[in-house]
Write a new protein. Sequence first.
Length: 632
Amino acid sequence: MSAITPERLFQELHGDDSSEFAALHSPAYLSPGGAAYLTRPGVVLLARPTVNLAGMAGFLDGFDGSLHFPEYLNDPTPLPAGAQLSKIAGQVCYMSFGPKRTFNAQAGRYFDNLKSSGHGSVFEHASFSFLLYGISRSVTHEIVRHRAGFGYCLTGDTLIYSTRQVRGKPDGVRKRLLDDLYAMTQTSHGRSRIKLLRLRCLDETSGTFVAGKVKRIIFSGKKPVFTVKLADGKTITTTKEHRFLTKNGWMALEDAVGGLEVTANGTVIYGKPDIELMVNGRPIYQDATWLREHYITKGLSQASIAELAGASPHTIRTWIRKYGLQKPAGSWTVGKAPWNKGLYYQARPRSTAEREAVRKRMKGEGNHRWRGGISPIGAVLRREIKSLRPSIYARDNHSCRLCANNGGKLTIHHVLPIWARPDLACDPDNLVTLCRSCHFKVNHHEEDYVEAFGSTVEELRGVPNPMSRPRKPRLVPKPVRIIAITYAGEQMTYDIEMKGPHHNFIANGIVTHHSQLSQRFVSDRMLRFVERPEYVDDELFHSQFLERIERASGEYAALSNRLLEMQQAGTQILSAEAKTDLRKKVQQCARSVLPRSRFAHWRCASSSASTKSTRCSSAITRSKSCPMAPTR
């Protein structure tokens, strides 16, 4: 059954779109006694946004001409009013009106980036007002109590899972406390190590766990937190707004459990006791749905599935049998010709030449038991080295070529191993002297040391290593039920912002969504001040105003440059991972010297309620009469 589209649903419900304001009316009926009632909900669009784009001309013309801000009005791609208003709201935060801005043609990608990073407040400016009737108060409450933006945090004792790297390759998992990670951001060495971290996160496209990079560690201050305990013993202490992965997608904790309330005696009351959170995971081949899709639907062989899952064919066969996914006997031969079709055999004794041909054919890689360099063939090659051993030791002065220790227990090492270059097994130039401890360290890691002995690693590339460690199985998340939630008081909280494309990480073994640090700053080239009306016609006040803003502008630029110089010289004032972020943070800090008259106040007027404005570079704000408006 195909999914119904909004347009088709609107038509089937007899919607009216004859004007700009669409409606789904619900007819009223009368009972025999004259009581009116409805049989379905009704909804009417009463108000929608309009945009006076040309009205921005005066605002944009007032900036430095080299910024080319007025060109913003000449975008060739028109947008609907709501989309245009949201785009302006997002770009006004960082004054992104120049030639390098996101143009309207890429508005979809721009909005996707905002949504994926949790910066949903800009969408609140596209306000639509609806009249809803024929519904319960619980429905309207659910509509008005949610906002597009989120703020979520975890306590410092949360364990963060990262992929341990050994010589650039994954080798197990390391767990670090979240407050320890934040402490690392306070030193230059720690910040350099943060860049190398690879946190375990979920690739929502493939449904498997991968490694992701950290963008920043965020300190969020003291907040009320709750401790969540799962059926498998995992616990996590978090704010109620923090989002976790459930079977129904990403949900804030309080939304997932049907609301969180703390009674006077500290007891936590929530509405849904059987909610499950997705946790660190299990091997992908243990997922019956995944196995069925690849084995039954896609028709892959067990060997191919084993390669995808990082397991052995025997393991895949075992789980196929466990889930009852075996195919009917002989089904794998349908459409395939037998390998011996058309071949004929003659029963007779083999000649000496035939037996010799079979013997040669079964030697080396032709033998089904060949293991590539660790078979008796390798042992035979190594026997010939016995006669070369004294000359190799004498050439190297009876010293280890790595640690330079003289004497002791020495051995011979192949720079390019036999499994890669069997033709050089007895070449003296491919043999070096090593002590026993260095030989243990180099064995199975030859590619890391070939250049130390005068060879190149390119000679090993493309040659499979038969002794390499088998790949660990891929993991997928699994659901575990919440069994208890307790109030943990107010605690210091932190969070992590991940670099794309995966905006989540594993905390205490639970799949959690990341946060985002929103920084609003203003460049000294974009400063503009607001003169009070009573100053304009008064010569004394006007001159004092000009003197004041020039002094403030100069102090702001000087303080920004001084802070930047101190930070770059090694004085740890602020933590920042990139040069651009550093300048943003410095300018944000330097804003304290600016007078309040510098801030522009944009208002969303309403005849029924007062409005509020936000103190920032140039801020668009919402009316309190809107259900999604921020509280004072």
